[in-house]
Design a protein around this ligand. Sequence first.
Ligand SMILES: NC(=O)c1ccc[n+]([C@@H]2O[C@H](COP(=O)([O-])OP(=O)(O)OC[C@H]3O[C@@H](n4cnc5c(N)ncnc54)[C@H](OP(=O)(O)O)[C@@H]3O)[C@@H](O)[C@H]2O)c1
Length: 282
Amino acid sequence: MSCLRTLYGPLLSLDFSHVEKNTLCEPFDQKLIAGFFLTGVATLFASIFIIAPYGRFGEMTKLFKVPGKFGWIVQESMSWIFFLFTFIKYSDTLLHGSHTTRNLLTAVMYLTHYFHRSLVYPLFRAHSISGQSFYTFLSAVLFCAVNGYQNAKWLIYSQNEPTFHSTIIMVVGFSIWLFGFYFNYKSDQTLIDLRNNNKDKTQKYFVPTGGLYNYVSSANYLSEIIEWIGFAIATNHCASIMFAFWTASNLIPRAVSIHNWYLEKFPGKIPKHRKAVIPYIL
Ligand SMILES: NC(=O)c1ccc[n+]([C@@H]2O[C@H](COP(=O)([O-])OP(=O)(O)OC[C@H]3O[C@@H](n4cnc5c(N)ncnc54)[C@H](OP(=O)(O)O)[C@@H]3O)[C@@H](O)[C@H]2O)c1
């Protein structure tokens, strides 16, 4: 509730006095999170009609393209750079708070994901990543920087007294995050193996199978969304809830486009029961 009040307070009345002290970020942070929420809603609607021109849809742009791996490393690194910088800057507040262990553990969850995503994935795992439009690259840089800053700041400010109840929620959130992280890694690996093992060099894309691909075409997106829902449960603050919402707004419409692309590109080869991103539903 405090998250919703914090969110709608600045949007509706610009009055911050009703926000609980333990979740009170500076007014700048509250406006930022409100803006983040609004751009999440805008992204949801925009991505239903416009497909971000990168990866298999990268050919749609005629403008200057940012090379795949380079763009990926730079944009995703913004997440951990801004997170770490903010975390260190405000670490005094954190270390004098009452929920230090929870906050350090959740910081490790965030950083593990982004060290992997920005460095290990493009440098050591992905065989090739297609280029992207300059606009997509720039939006990703901005998104990752704001998201890294916000998540560190809210982590530091949202220090409630640890209770049995909050510890259980933390453990549940962490388990969901771990499940998502494992399946995201595994699902990405399925795509990497498909490209690495193919003998027909004229073809770039193949039908993925196994694991969560038995249920959905974008198993990597499904597990990424699960991961950030787990993180939001574990941290229980505004920035992480907004991040989970943003991720779903961004990835669900794209997954639907990818599913339609598979159906068109590989007619008759996609199992009938396979959905785009939510098993049995969507
Ligand atoms: N949190 C967020 O908002 C967010 C946003 C975007 C991505 N991500 C995560 O970042 C990761 C990569 O995202 P993405 O959008 O690039 O995913 P993607 O479109 O599924 O592509 C992932 C990689 O696999 C290759 N690939 C895709 N489909 C393939 C197929 N059928 N056969 C062979 N190779 C295939 C792609 O090559 P090409 O590049 O040549 O297409 C790319 O290198 C995912 O785990 C995703 O969850 C997160």
